[in-house]
Write a protein that binds this ligand. Structure first.
Ligand code: HEM
Length: 181
């Protein structure tokens, strides 16, 4: 009688521990998802603000160059926010993959999403960075450049760059929510 009661008690404690562990894992998973969403806001938000404010800069540059330069200076913190968002999105995403034993990795939506993430990075490091350097050089007056013409060129390229980044982000959102397979 004593042994039976004792065994039941031990079983009860073990079941309780497993349930608590499951709840803890679920809570941490949800926290990772919340982090993922905060990071998405940072990445998509900075890209959208960059696009809208840069349009304003292009307009201002023709009438008041100093105002234009001030606008560009105001945008200088955005790449840092984008970078922090990107690090958070990778950490939270990798954690969610770890908890789900990489199950999403087998699915089509995730593979397309991953390819798009790589494209966003490559686009940022090549097109985005190159245009930002060109703009900085033009504004500082480095080299014998035609400032108006160069700014117009860089503005058009940067607008296309931002639009392509935002399009890829929207496709990633749709894929991640619908999880087409
Ligand atoms: C630009 C980068 C990324 C964007 C914009 C993005 C966007 C999203 C969105 C919108 C969701 C849906 C959230 C929800 O269900 O409420 C999601 C879920 C998810 N993401 Fe990402 N993500 C990115 C990068 C990553 C990376 C790098 C990984 C993994 C290595 C990853 C793994 C996941 C997983 C596993 C889920 C499913 C969570 C669930 O439904 O339980 N993501 N992501």
């Amino acid at each position: 009688m004593f042994v039976k009661n004792y065994n039941q008690k031990v079983l009860f404690i073990i079941e309780k521990q497993i349930k608590t562990q499951k709840m803890e894992t679920q809570t941490i998973y949800h926290l990772a998802l919340v982090t993922h969403i905060i990071a998405i806001t940072m990445i998509a938000g900075t890209t959208l603000i960059d696009y809208v404010i840069f349009k304003q800069f292009s307009k201002q540059m023709n009438s008041d160059r100093q105002k234009g330069i001030t606008i560009i200076e105001a945008l200088s913190k955005l790449p840092m926010l984008f970078g922090i968002g990107f690090i958070l999105i990778i950490i939270s995403g990798v954690y969610m993959m770890y908890v789900t034993n990489g199950a999403f990795g087998e699915q089509t939506w995730f593979r397309v999403k991953f390819a798009l993430i790589l494209l966003i990075v490559v686009n940022g490091l090549t097109v985005g960075r190159r245009q930002a350097v060109k703009l900085r050089n033009t504004l500082s007056g480095a080299g014998d450049v035609n400032i108006e013409e160069n700014i117009l060129k860089v503005s058009t390229n940067l607008s296309l760059f931002h639009l392509s980044q935002m399009t890829m982000l929207v496709i990633i959102f749709v894929l991640s929510v619908f999880k087409f397979n």
